[in-house]
Write a protein that binds this ligand. Structure first.
Ligand SMILES: Nc1ncnc2c1ncn2[C@@H]1O[C@H](COP(=O)(O)OP(=O)(O)OP(=O)(O)O)[C@@H](O)[C@H]1O
Ligand SMILES: [Mg+2]
Length: 277
């Protein structure tokens, strides 16, 4: 089942054409990652999908409705966590989740959610005293209380330490395992590579490549990268025939041979021509 269907979507702000003819679909129960350098048009696209921004042209269906005319029932089926979402600093995680549960008429079990997010020990601390990772988990908690079908996560792990980041990854994988659809934006290629069923790379308002991580790497035509030491010198070779090259290098007495397949970050840089920050 298609949860999101976008066909020839355009968005023009006064002079800026932010989105130029996007077409893609998102399947239920998958993680779809929208990637692209700063200013590529990702946030604009997300805002259109969640119904807070009007499009200039094109067709958009989210949960089978036009986001510009979402019904109350459909709004309840989707959740958005923005990176900068404010939380009530002087309430505790328990109180905040209770508030969201009431607002969204959700039936999630708050105690279970706090334990699941590993926030049980902090349930009585004021939100302003939580660490960055704990705040991020609490934000995810605010969507779990009402059990949405489609979840938009805008850079959910920016500025988190590696362990907290992996924690959030696990939650995302768990949600996917429960049949939820996740629409992710991130600047971390490792994260997108780890989590995504489909990645969609945008540049200057257009899709430059889309597919599974494996597919976009294959389609990019990027070659395997081999580095080695030969006669005391560092060498670097890009090849489509790594086995043959490695055999040849061994024969010549090369050492410290490292064979690296192109990864998502290589593909990103290849298509967007910019360095990641
Ligand atoms: N409200 C607005 N009015 C005018 N121009 C805008 C507006 N919002 C975004 N833009 C422009 O549209 C383009 C796309 O911006 P957008 O915020 O969608 O990019 P992004 O991919 O989310 O970037 P980032 O990775 O930095 O968050 C940019 O050139 C931006 O300056
Ligand atoms: Mg953005």
């Amino acid at each position: 089942m298609k949860v999101i269907q976008v066909s020839n979507l355009w968005k023009k702000y006064r002079e800026v054409e932010a989105v130029k003819g996007l077409s893609f679909e998102v399947e239920k129960g998958t993680v779809f990652s929208l990637l692209g350098p700063n200013g590529a048009g990702k946030t604009t696209a997300v805002e259109i999908l969640i119904g807070v921004r009007k499009r200039t042209l094109g067709e958009v269906k989210v949960l089978e409705e036009d986001p510009e005319k979402f019904s109350k029932e459909t709004k309840k089926k989707l959740a958005v966590v923005f990176q900068e979402t404010a939380i009530f600093e002087n309430l505790t995680p328990y109180e905040i989740l209770k508030f969201f549960k009431k607002t969204y008429e959700g039936d999630g079990n708050i105690e279970e959610i706090l334990k699941y997010l590993d926030l049980w020990d902090q349930r009585k601390s004021l939100a302003k005293h939580l660490s960055g990772g704990q705040r991020r988990k609490l934000l995810i908690g605010t969507i779990l209380v009402h059990d949405p079908e489609l979840i938009f996560l805008d850079e959910p792990t920016t500025s988190l330490d590696p362990a907290s980041r992996r924690n959030i990854w696990k939650i995302i994988q768990d949600l996917r395992g429960r049949g939820k659809t996740i629409f992710l934006t991130t600047h971390y290629m490792e994260e997108a590579q780890e989590l995504s069923d489909v990645v969609c790379i945008m540049n200057e308002g257009e899709i430059v490549t889309m597919g599974s991580v494996k597919e976009v790497i294959e389609k990019s035509g990027l070659k395997t990268i081999i580095t080695a030491k030969l006669n005391g010198e560092e060498i670097r070779i890009e090849t489509t025939r790594p086995d043959e090259v490695t055999a040849e290098l061994l024969k010549k007495g090369a050492e410290e041979i490292d064979i690296r397949k192109p990864n998502l970050e290589d593909v990103f840089l290849h298509f967007t021509g910019r360095k990641l920050k």
